[in-house]
Write a protein that binds this ligand. Structure first.
Ligand code: SAH
Length: 202
């Protein structure tokens, strides 16, 4: 209801959000805040995004039931769960094994059988499964990620938070066309950084 009143009118996205119990994706200590429109900590210094940002980024991705989608930064798995209702198959990559394992358990509990997970460095994408129709990055990149763009099908769309030199963080939409890449700036954002490599042994 709150997302609707904030202007979100994409009914497909709203119904996917309605189907995902957010309390399952936040630590017990924050469960009473699971339905507030705020980001919350999930461990390993990471956060589950604000529902409004999840809704807006999902809507901007122009999903469809036949599409193959790559997410970088599984985190709690909440965004992945929402995406999984709106695409054919979701591939998601997380660099923290502990977060990945917790997310995987949630996908099983919710019987989300069209999500495939990889523990690894998402900056490298998922070459074995490329190309993708859609790519969503849920950690902030410092530059245009050429490797990921290379795994995006022509006509495909990629959404990511980015910081351009000296500017505030913004969510941008990249569209891969026959001629190259089109870029649009969509909204303000506050994501944790996309880090290189894997964390020290957990
Ligand atoms: N989509 C998540 C929120 C993501 S927070 C949710 O709905 O809960 C950003 C996540 O990106 C964190 O879990 C962080 O560990 C992960 N991350 C950061 N850099 C990464 C990288 N290079 N590869 C894969 N995951 C990365």
């Amino acid at each position: 209801m709150e997302l609707r009143s904030q202007g979100m009118s994409d009914t497909g996205v709203l119904s996917a959000i309605e189907r995902v119990p957010r309390e399952l994706f936040v630590p017990e200590a924050f469960q009473d805040q699971a339905y507030e429109n705020i980001a919350l900590p999930i461990g390993a210094g990471q956060t589950i995004s604000q529902p409004q940002i999840v809704a807006e980024m999902t809507s901007a991705l122009e999903l469809g039931p036949r599409l193959k989608v790559l997410e970088i930064g599984t985190g709690s798995g909440y965004q992945a769960a929402v995406l999984s209702y709106l695409c054919r198959r979701l591939y998601t990559v997380e660099r923290h094994r502990t977060l990945a394992e917790e997310a995987e358990a949630r996908f099983q509990q919710l019987r989300l059988s069209n999500i495939v997970m990889l523990v690894g460095d998402g900056s490298e994408g998922w070459p074995a499964q490329a190309p993708f129709d859609r790519i969503i990055v849920t950690a902030q990149a410092a530059m245009l990620p050429d490797v990921l763009l290379g795994q995006l099908r022509e006509g495909g769309v990629m959404i990511l938070p980015m910081v351009e030199k000296g500017r505030a963080q913004k969510v941008v939409r990249l569209r891969r066309t026959a001629e190259g890449v089109e870029k649009e700036t969509l909204m303000d954002a506050r994501f944790v950084p996309l880090l290189d490599g894997l964390p020290p042994v957990e």
